[in-house]
Design a protein around this ligand. Structure first.
Ligand SMILES: C[S@@+](CC[C@H](N)C(=O)[O-])C[C@H]1O[C@@H](n2cnc3c(N)ncnc32)[C@H](O)[C@@H]1O
Length: 410
């Protein structure tokens, strides 16, 4: 088992790659979230006056790497050259921009949700979590502001933030939001299969790429990996869920099902935590494992004033255990070793660590930022050592780190 993380622009790296083909791809591409980048971020645009626009015009939270690289079919045409024919590609995506990713894949000849003969390719996998809140513009506040009405109690005790609507129009619009009104708590993983010959089975049996490891990813005897991965809220404790936990939302339909007498099945499924996979968002231990000797840096957060100082400040970490589940799903049988997985836009290595835990023989990642690549290298070195010592999940990797810290008296 080995890994390599290249500090390079993926497009340049891919254009000159001449190694053996990969069996699958797993990536958390940039989401290219700031539509304002279109107005202010283009070459030759007049510079934005407002500081926040300046920040936004560089991409998500001001990061210049948040580009549309995955929405260009040319990127996927380049990827095709690196993969075995018909290889599966799992790509995290954002609810606001996932259609652009799916379209780029289709335009590059990948299969998404098409039925070809007897083969039906699943469209998407959903990953849902409890953290996050609606960031939409408040129509009531906007109505008061337009009328020039100041809210006297705005930000005062008992009325943190909004204050009480002043004008009748604002009163009527209380509780309405008009931009990004829905709380973000679902990300789709686009499932696509690369172009291949019509006789798919020949290619699968010859190369090992193009079939999913459903049995390997089962939880228990009966539960195959579903197309929904559910994540507890960070505030859940062992026995009870926080109010914003999606597991509670799942319990809602269970009440509905009770009336049609499916209660037993739903309760049983929840109790066994299958076929849903509960994966928490990464905590501080997972974020910083292996990074203790790197400098502390600012980690920008979406909520104002929410920035923190971390050894690993990457703003868009994916949970390693979720990545591990996805990587297990992609893993071909051992007879095709060395089984090789490609992780473009690797960030600080969460998908790569997940792939190592899943048992991939060779994990290759490419990350454009030298700073993130350095952090990723530290996390991967740490994880690799822990896996060689027997760690089977991210909790055991983090525990290994804490054990060392205790021994060194850190
Ligand atoms: C959404 S983040 C991935 C973070 C990852 N999920 C993790 O937990 O470590 C996307 C990453 O893609 C990188 N990136 C953006 N454009 C790239 C390019 N052209 N080549 C390689 N990496 C790129 C960014 O620097 C960023 O770290």
């Amino acid at each position: 088992m080995k890994f390599e993380l290249f500090a390079a622009n993926f497009l340049n790296w891919a254009a000159t790659y001449d190694g053996p083909p990969f069996h699958a791809l797993l990536s958390d591409w940039p989401y290219n979230l700031e539509s304002i980048a279109k107005r202010f971020g283009k070459p030759g645009s007049i510079p934005a006056k407002d500081v926040s626009f300046n920040r936004a015009s560089r991409g998500f939270l001001g990061h210049s790497w948040d580009t549309a690289i995955a929405y260009d079919p040319a990127t996927w045409e380049l990827v095709t050259r690196l993969l075995h024919p018909g290889a599966f590609c799992l790509s995290f995506s954002h609810p606001r921009t996932q259609h652009r990713l799916a379209l780029a894949l289709e335009n590059a000849g990948y299969e998404i949700g098409q039925t070809i003969g007897l083969f039906q390719v699943p469209v998407t996998l959903g990953w849902t979590y409890g953290t996050g809140r609606p960031y939409g513009a408040d129509a009531s506040i906007a109505a008061d502001r337009r009328a020039g009405a100041e809210r006297p109690d705005k930000g005062h005790d008992g009325h943190a933030g909004k204050g009480t609507p002043v004008t009748p129009l604002a009163q009527d619009w209380e509780g309405y939001y008009y931009t990004q009104p829905l709380k973000p708590c679902l990300e789709l993983v686009i499932v696509a299969r690369g172009p291949s010959s019509p006789i798919r089975l020949d290619s699968i049996l010859a190369t090992g790429a193009g079939a999913m490891n459903i049995d390997g990813s089962r939880k228990g005897e009966d539960h195959a990996f579903g197309n929904l991965a559910l994540v507890h809220s960070l505030d859940c404790t062992g026995g009870s869920c926080a109010p914003d936990c999606p597991v509670l939302s799942f319990d809602g339909p269970a009440h509905y099902f009770q009336r049609v007498d499916w209660a037993y099945e739903i309760a049983e499924r929840l109790a066994e935590a299958s076929p849903l996979f509960y994966v928490p968002k990464p905590g501080l231990g997972e974020r910083n494992a292996g990074c203790g000797d790197l400098p502390l840096r600012e980690r920008r957060c979406a909520n104002p004033g929410g920035s923190t100082i971390q050894h690993n400040p990457h703003p868009t970490l994916k949970p390693v255990d979720l990545c591990r589940q996805l990587a297990v799903l992609l893993l071909p049988p051992a007879r095709y070793a060395p089984r090789r997985i490609l992780v473009p836009c690797a960030g600080v290595g969460s998908e790569m660590i997940g792939a190592l835990l899943a048992g991939w023989d060779e994990v290759v990642g490419v990350e454009v930022s030298p700073e993130y690549a350095q952090i990723g290298q530290q996390r991967l070195d740490w994880a690799m050592r822990a896996i060689e010592l027997g760690a089977r999940n991210v909790g055991e990797i983090v525990d290994a780190q804490q054990g060392v810290q205790l021994r060194l008296g850190m």
